[in-house]
Write a protein that binds this ligand. Structure first.
Ligand code: SF4
Length: 111
């Protein structure tokens, strides 16, 4: 006889499934962190965000949003250890970006 309240059953199902999704998410993060391919200016995904490996080569006349000193290392969605030459970017999947890079989605790190 199955006398489980449907809501309780749903919660039980959620609790059974949630860790699977949690493990899946962590697995994805592991893949993201373990990546070693570095985004190149010539990659299609770089073109989509107009990424440049060397921010000092960005032409301010072409990219008015760019100001001197902006680069991936001080972008709000760059994730790396302090001083690392490459890191993960929140909008680039499967490849690392150069700390010296820049793209049109640059967002200044607060503080
Ligand atoms: S979003 Fe930020 S970290 Fe990512 S490529 Fe653009 S400038 Fe670099």
């Amino acid at each position: 006889m199955n006398d489980i309240n449907p809501k309780v059953k749903s919660r039980r199902q959620f609790l059974q499934v949630a860790p699977v999704f949690g493990v899946g998410a962590l697995g994805w993060l592991d893949v993201a962190v373990a990546q070693d391919a570095i985004l190149k200016d010539s990659d299609p995904e770089a073109a989509a965000i107009e990424y440049r490996t060397d921010a000092t080569q960005v032409e301010p006349s072409k990219y008015p949003k760019y100001t001197k000193g902006q680069n991936c290392s001080n972008c709000n969605i760059f994730y790396a250890d302090n001083g690392a030459s490459t890191g993960a970017c929140g909008i680039v999947f499967g490849k690392l970006v150069a700390a010296t890079g820049w793209c049109t989605s640059y967002e200044k790190k607060p503080g």
